[in-house]
Design a binder for this molecule. Structure first.
Ligand SMILES: [Zn+2]
Length: 306
């Protein structure tokens, strides 16, 4: 018995001291991408938040869907490292990626592209705090220390961070999803955090300022990096195949909207309302978010009629 106990404690010590923890040791929702790189989402469809360890401290990417998620994510990080979180990089400005900043910053320095702070203010929902508090006592507790934290650093077009043994290249994705979208590329590890330019089999809510040519350009840019692993803003870890899938979706959508808008040359073609009633995308019937097809048609129509 004594021997077994000491064996157990040696085993426990080995696990605790090992830098390569298994994802399941961190709690449910964690996935190991590569050594020192983990992603977390408490359930399918929730935003992805990620942690990258370096010898000089950690880098967090996005601060999770809800304050409870941020809490679970933070507890997992504490099992991985006792080094400080140096930077928190945002892939977009929306609440479901940025609300949890207060858990990490200060001391973490928050970074996103120019316009991110403004975008966060614009998208901020003051009712969100009360709504969350009403959900459960646990959520209410998690949101207790909430504070609005916009990025302390806003870069322009491109930024490189060298921290310890790793390099992080921040690439601005213009007009793709929110007021400031950043893809994060780790060239040595060939891991790409792709923001919400593409998710996994889900029709994305497109805001009016987004353009389909800009979305398609972002896929081209990200594919040219030749990543081995692609981490989307929502949905499981994947590869560049998600860019191909969405490229197919938007190209077909644009083709159908163009044809309908130009139908009957003597007339002006179908109106936006008529197109929205008639246009179907049965090839993508298994994608989530079918109720967002209408806003996707709005955005496609805008690029056809400009
Ligand atoms: Zn978003």
């Amino acid at each position: 018995m004594k021997l077994r106990l000491s064996m157990l404690s040696i085993f426990a010590a080995l696990i605790l001291s090992s830098p390569a923890l298994w994802a399941q040791d961190l709690g449910p929702g964690f996935t190991k991408v590569k050594d020192g790189i983990y992603v977390f989402a408490s359930k399918e469809g929730n935003s992805t938040c990620s942690i990258v360890l370096t010898q000089e401290g950690a880098v967090v990417i996005d601060s999770c869907q809800t304050p409870l998620d941020t809490q679970k994510f933070s507890a997992g990080i504490k099992k991985l490292t006792d080094k400080p979180i140096r930077f928190l990089i945002d892939t977009e400005v929306h609440n479901d990626h940025t609300f949890g900043h207060y858990v990490f910053s200060p001391p973490a320095v928050v970074i996103n592209h120019e316009g991110a702070g403004e975008g966060m203010k614009k998208n901020f929902d003051p009712k969100r705090i009360e709504t969350l508090k009403a959900q459960s006592p646990e959520m209410s507790e998690a949101v207790k220390n909430y504070k609005f934290i916009p990025p302390q650093i806003e870069y322009k077009d491109k930024m490189t961070i060298n921290l310890g043994e790793r390099t992080f290249e921040l690439l601005y994705l213009k007009n793709v999803h929110s007021e400031a979208d950043t893809a994060i590329w780790l060239p040595k590890e060939r891991v790409l955090f792709a923001a919400s330019a593409a998710n996994v089999k889900s029709i994305i809510n497109l805001r009016p300022f987004v353009t389909i040519p800009d979305i398609l350009a972002s896929y081209k840019l990200m594919k040219s990096l030749n990543p081995e692993v692609v981490v989307p803003g929502h949905g499981p870890v994947s590869t560049t195949k998600i860019f191909d899938e969405y490229e197919g979706f938007y190209t077909l959508l644009l083709k159908r909207v163009t044809e309908m808008a130009n139908q009957g040359k003597s007339l002006d073609g179908k109106s936006l309302d008529e197109i929205k009633k008639e246009l179907k995308m049965p090839e993508y019937a298994d994608w989530a978010g079918q109720d967002r097809l209408g806003v996707n048609i709005d955005v496609a129509y805008k690029s056809v009629k400009k």
